[in-house]
Design a protein around this ligand. Structure first.
Ligand SMILES: [Zn+2]
Length: 275
């Protein structure tokens, strides 16, 4: 996509975020599936809530979200690597305070349940580049990747690139209306990482749902506006929470917090879907 189109799309996104009404043809009305892309236990939850619940472990989940829009399929976040499904003891983290991840079933097999192969996924967007969100990006080597330029350009360990250089990519600089009709809008929410982003999905029956990524990790952190110590920018994180809070008010939206196990237990997982 050239820069003029990106800017035009960004302008549309701003309009959509402003609450303008959006007419949807029934064929394009999105469906949203929640996939189980990880289950785990954090060794010390205070890593995410400084000074609170020190030394206590906590159950985390990791969600991927699949959106059908017309004949397109967009995957939002890709979870831990499918290789983790074959690890009987799960994937141990470098720091025991972090999450040991298990994967009950691969992402590929959950797609198969829906009659999909990885090649059917036309677009992938990731909230950010931590391993529990980009674990399966290369399962979709031809899918257009939507990521913030600030995240794409953020040097990895030893200066390594965050994505395969040959992967098709649209580098975003702010909000972006993915399908140009206001139904699926990427919302820039930097702070956890330099180019972190969240996703707003407008569903015909369910209403508007905002998918957090890791703008917040669980509800008590949202309620108390707590910022994990490992976030790259505390002030940006707090500003991004206010961006999301404003969206919830304006759109009467639900906030679906990716890693919140208690919340996910209340939601229906694929093959059930929201529309
Ligand atoms: Zn995460």
């Amino acid at each position: 996509m050239n820069m003029v189109k990106v800017l035009a799309a960004a302008a549309v996104a701003v309009v959509a975020l402003g609450g303008a009404g959006v007419a949807q043809s029934p064929a394009a009305a999105p469906r949203l599936y929640i996939l189980n892309c990880g289950e785990g236990t954090a060794g010390d939850v205070s890593r995410w809530s400084p000074g609170v619940n020190e030394g206590q472990s906590m159950v985390f989940v990791d969600s991927c979200y699949l959106i059908r829009h017309g004949k397109d399929w967009l995957l939002w976040d890709t979870g831990v690597s499918d290789a983790v499904a074959a690890m009987p003891d799960g994937l141990a983290p470098p720091d025991p305070r972090m999450v040991t991840w298990h994967l009950p079933r691969t992402l590929a097999s959950q797609l198969q349940d829906l009659g999909l192969s990885p090649a059917d996924i036309t677009a992938v967007a990731v909230s950010h580049t931590h391993p529990d969100h980009i674990g399966n990006v290369e399962l979709f080597p031809k899918a257009m990747l939507y990521v913030q330029k600030a995240e794409y350009d953020w040097p990895g360990a030893n200066g390594a690139p965050r994505f395969m250089p040959e992967h098709p990519v649209t580098r975003l600089e702010g909000n972006f209306d993915v399908f140009g009709d206001g139904s699926v809008v990427i919302v820039a929410t930097p702070g956890h990482t330099p180019g972190h982003q969240s996703l707003m999905v407008r569903l015909a029956t369910t209403g508007v749902v905002v998918l957090t990524g890791d703008a917040v990790h669980f509800k008590s952190n949202w309620d108390n506006r707590r910022v994990p110590a490992m976030n790259v920018d505390k002030d940006q994180t707090l500003a991004s929470m206010e961006t999301l809070s404003g969206l919830l008010t304006k759109e009467k939206a639900q906030l679906w917090i990716n890693h919140d196990a208690a919340q996910r237990a209340t939601l229906k997982l694929s093959p059930a879907f929201y529309q």
